[in-house]
Design a protein around this ligand. Structure first.
Ligand code: HEC
Ligand code: HEC
Ligand code: HEC
Length: 144
């Protein structure tokens, strides 16, 4: 029978796939992509709440390549100089949040949801921990 050989081939293929995934994610911990990315390079300064990008929410809907390949988003929290002009121009978040694939940019409060002054960071949480619903709650301790 060829069963054992087929099984070891499958394992080798799996190992290769995992190695590629690890390479694609760089040296980051594997869990990071399931958390949130807080972006606050410009928001607080401009009088807006920081943006809480639910990475995990997007990750379960799209492959890494859609954003980190096709849209050219670098693997670094705060590393892409994303701002509203670029978004309205259809870059980064704006590639999808244009009223087509996803709700449009007019929904300021769906993206600018962070507790005021939260610094740019990766937070391995679900979004609820970071969002201030209407009024500021106690800011969660920043993990890094
Ligand atoms: C819908 C778009 C999208 C998808 C899909 C996506 N990412 Fe991201 N990713 C982002 C954005 C946006 C950032 C933050 C960039 C910034 O702050 O400038 C980010 C940041 C990161 C970072 C740096 C922050 C951290 O968590 O350490 C890593 C690593 C990363 N992504 C890995 C992945 C991997 C691996 C996948 C697939 C399993 C994936 N991403 C899928 C948009 C996406
Ligand atoms: C590849 C397409 C894509 C990109 C790029 C993208 N999004 Fe989204 N996003 C979606 C889709 C699809 C949804 C779900 C829309 C819906 O439920 O109608 C969504 C939902 C969301 C939600 C709501 C999550 C929830 O719990 O309902 C937030 C917040 C969000 N996006 C923020 C962002 C921000 C900030 C960026 C840029 C840093 C971004 N998105 C980039 C496709 C994208
Ligand atoms: C799809 C998500 C999304 C939506 C919707 C959105 N923003 Fe933003 N916005 C961002 C991101 C990401 C940044 C960059 C965050 C940072 O690093 O401070 C940003 C930054 C900003 C800034 C900082 C300065 C600048 O010009 O970039 C202002 C002001 C701002 N947004 C206002 C708004 C207003 C007003 C609306 C509604 C009309 C809005 N945003 C809707 C994602 C969004």
């Amino acid at each position: 029978m060829t069963r054992p050989a087929a099984r070891s081939w499958q394992l080798a293929a799996l190992a290769a796939a995992l190695a590629i995934a690890a390479f694609a994610a760089g040296t980051r911990e594997a869990r990071a992509e399931y958390g949130d990315v807080v972006m606050n390079a410009f928001s607080t300064e401009a009088g807006m709440r920081p943006v809480v990008f639910p990475h995990w929410f997007h990750r379960i809907r799209f492959r890494c390549k859609v954003c980190h390949g096709d849209l050219g988003i670098k693997f670094q929290a705060g590393g892409n100089q994303i701002n509203m002009l670029k978004i309205i121009d259809g870059q980064f978040c704006g590639a999808c949040h244009d009223g087509g694939m996803a709700w449009a940019v007019e929904n300021c409060n769906l993206c600018h949801t962070g507790t005021p002054n939260l610094p740019t960071q990766v937070h391995e949480s679900t979004i609820q921990k970071l969002i201030a619903p209407g009024q500021a709650k106690t800011a969660p301790a920043a993990k890094k």
